[in-house]
Design a binder for this molecule. Sequence first.
Ligand SMILES: *Cc1c(COP(=O)(O)O)cnc(C)c1O
Length: 367
Amino acid sequence: MPDRILVTRSSMPDIDEYIEEIRPIWESHWLTNMGPKHEQLKKELKEYLKVPNIELLVNGHMALEMTIQAMGLKGDVITTPFTFVSTTHAIVRSGLHPVFCDVNPDDYTIDTDKLEKALTVDTCAIMPVHVYGNICNIEAVDDFAGKHGLKVIYDAAHTFGETYKGKGVGSFGDASCFSFHATKVFNTIEGGCVCFKDDSITELLYAVKDFGFDDPEDAGCIGGNAKMNEFCAAMGLCNLRHIDDDIARRKAVYERYNEHLDGVKGIKLNHVRAGVGSNYSYYPIVIDPVEFGIDRDEVFRILSEKGIMTRRYFYPATNAMRCYKGMFDPEDTPVASRISKQVLTLPIYPDLELETVDKICEMMVCH
Ligand SMILES: *Cc1c(COP(=O)(O)O)cnc(C)c1O
């Protein structure tokens, strides 16, 4: 076992495979601005993700912001605070107001029984998060959105390649934003995409990521710059060839943890719901300090002293972050607040040795 085990390890192709992929870029000198690698990756991802429409972007965060802009949203957005801070920042940075709905204690996704309470006269959209690859209660979100005429944008950063009842997870709601960051199941170094239902926003999305240019010289809207470059697209083309194998190896790691930790008093495991084709992106555990004997922070400390880097993810809840001090009350979402203080994600990546998983579990259980 190496001296230090990180919580994740970026998937990379063989260097020769990448060199072959980028060689044509030297011949063409076409580095960015929707070149051939970008177009090829877009085509391959549309198929792999089983989605009707897709646009590639520079990262997952800008996918959220650009989608909000392309949809012309204004007012209040119902979302959850148990997420990576990007979800909340994207709403606030777009001039919208987040209204926090709590998560359910089973899979940490939006508690759809509490949506009604979060509704205001200004609500324009819901932005739920498929946390750790756990897919939200899509039927309930759809029903609620339909009843109140709201847009649904899923933060699907954790769900690359997942399916729900055989359909690509990115085909639900009005749009789903994926992240291809280095730490995610599929990476383009930095990158992301938005998958969306209504192809009438295709041109607008294409324009907003390129300064608003909908014509070679004249900008039709006030866009930003969020294009994916050719080197990132080439990385994506290589990684996509190995993704099924990567996910299968993650699954083996995930199941090995389950074998050790299932039934351990005070540790709540994550469960893959029926109908979900999981990508095994994270291995979260929720630690009950009374039942387990020590709290989450103590487990984090003990493991890190032994060179095992776990992550308090997500902590703090976004409505408890310093930049939002005084704007929200974290106790309005007590489940998110509690889970953020008890959750720990354990190392998981395709080439993590199963023997290392055995040792990590041993260290945890024999504290
Ligand atoms: C990673 C992540 C993002 C941001 O994606 P980037 O590609 O890093 O910009 C947004 N939301 C969630 C839930 C994430 O995990």
